[in-house]
Design a protein around this ligand. Structure first.
Ligand code: KG4
Ligand code: ZN
Length: 351
């Protein structure tokens, strides 16, 4: 299976094999991150992202085939992210996949990017259904119950910023550069996480949703009140922010696992983490402590597969293909495409 990913600022392609028992082999996984293109703007510029995908995608696909020692004509099907994401980029990947499928006479599989994140734990750890997924990336922060391929129920989401976005905004206001998550984590190491007490929006409510925009504003007000900031102030703010976020994630994950236990009393509790924020060691440590305390299995795929990549798209395509699924060449890109289709009705943005 060839997998193509272009929904944000990674141009990626991979060749993955899935055998009849559900075992996987990643033959190649090529990712070109566009950090340099967007660095000067402090965030991803959709038009620049789409143009870079146009420039590099062909070469990335060729490289993925070379590294896998596979000819394009030998793949069984072609999978590409068809949404949700920045539509210019999605169109580049999906249209390329359609052209290849038509020219090579292979089936096309239009993959939901969130489904690709959701199924990655099966690619890396062969995790059985059902499991709970916490997806924390630059675009999403949600709990999803994964019952099977194509069978998802969203239990909670952010009502404003995504968690990675909050890290990026905090980094920006502390002049730490983009992407912000790794920069905040690095400087937080030398900070005092208890110096500032930041709010934990929504946490008193029982719902499984997140809200990070009030926290980000509190961080901004604190930074403004202290300005000009010393290096120690920046480190202390970063550490206190990260500590607050880790607490929020831990409390919510505990509630989500309780719900999982109530709904599946005969299943082991399984928590799968996906998305770029999974790289954060302080959040990972909080989740690790929680899962040990409540007796849940914690599955965190290698970070290169938690962030956007082609292997997860190929794998999601392979899982669907194994069940007989594929799509027509008239499949229309979906900038908004919730995993749980019921959510389309209740949320304005659908993601
Ligand atoms: O999943 P991802 O690579 O891309 C998508 O958004 O789909 O996630 C990127 C996000 C960025 O917001 C980045 O700041 C955040 O993940 N991130 C981190 C860390 N590494 C990446 N956030 C906190 N701590 C990190 N170590
Ligand atoms: Zn993603």
């Amino acid at each position: 299976m060839l997998g193509i990913e272009t929904s944000c600022d990674e141009t990626a392609a991979a060749i993955v094999v899935r055998d009849e028992f559900g075992n996987s082999t990643i033959l190649s996984n090529v990712v070109r991150s566009q950090l340099d293109e967007h660095a000067a703007f402090g965030g991803v510029v959709p038009e620049l992202a789409a143009r870079a995908h146009v420039t590099y995608l062909d070469h990335i696909i060729a490289q993925a085939c070379r590294e896998a020692n596979v000819k394009l004509g030998d793949v069984d099907a072609i999978a590409a992210t068809a949404g949700p994401g920045l539509v210019g980029g999605v169109l580049v990947g999906l249209t390329t996949a359609k052209a290849l499928a038509a020219a090579l006479d292979k089936p096309l599989i239009a993959v939901n990017h969130l489904e690709a994140h959701a199924l990655t734990a099966r690619l890396t750890n062969n995790v059985p259904f059902p499991y709970l997924m916490l997806l924390v990336s630059g675009g999403h922060s949600q709990f999803v119950l994964v019952r099977g391929v194509g069978d998802y129920e969203r239990w909670g989401t952010t009502i404003d910023d995504a968690l990675g976005e909050a890290f990026d905004k905090v980094a920006k206001l502390l002049s730490l550069g983009h992407p912000g998550g790794p920069a905040v984590e690095a400087i937080a190491k030398s900070g005092d996480k208890l110096r500032f007490k930041f709010p934990k929006p929504l946490l008193r409510e029982q719902r499984l949703d997140f809200s990070f925009s009030g926290l980000k504003t509190a961080v901004r007000l604190q930074a403004e009140a202290l300005a000009p900031l010393s290096n120690q102030d920046v480190a202390d703010i970063a550490a206190s922010f990260q500590h607050t976020v880790a607490t929020i994630i831990e409390v919510r994950s505990r509630q989500a696992l309780e719900r999982f236990r109530a709904e599946f009393p005969n299943e082991p509790m399984r928590l799968v983490v996906a998305g770029g924020v999974a790289a954060n060691r302080s959040i990972a440590a909080a989740l690790d402590g929680l899962c040990r305390a409540v007796g849940a299995d914690l599955i965190v795929p290698p970070i290169a597969l938690c962030t956007d990549n082609g292997a997860m798209v190929a794998w999601a395509g392979a899982e669907r293909f194994a069940l007989g699924g594929h799509d027509g060449l008239d499949f229309v890109a979906r900038p908004r495409w919730p995993l749980d289709l019921d959510d389309m009705k209740v949320t304005a943005d659908g993601i």
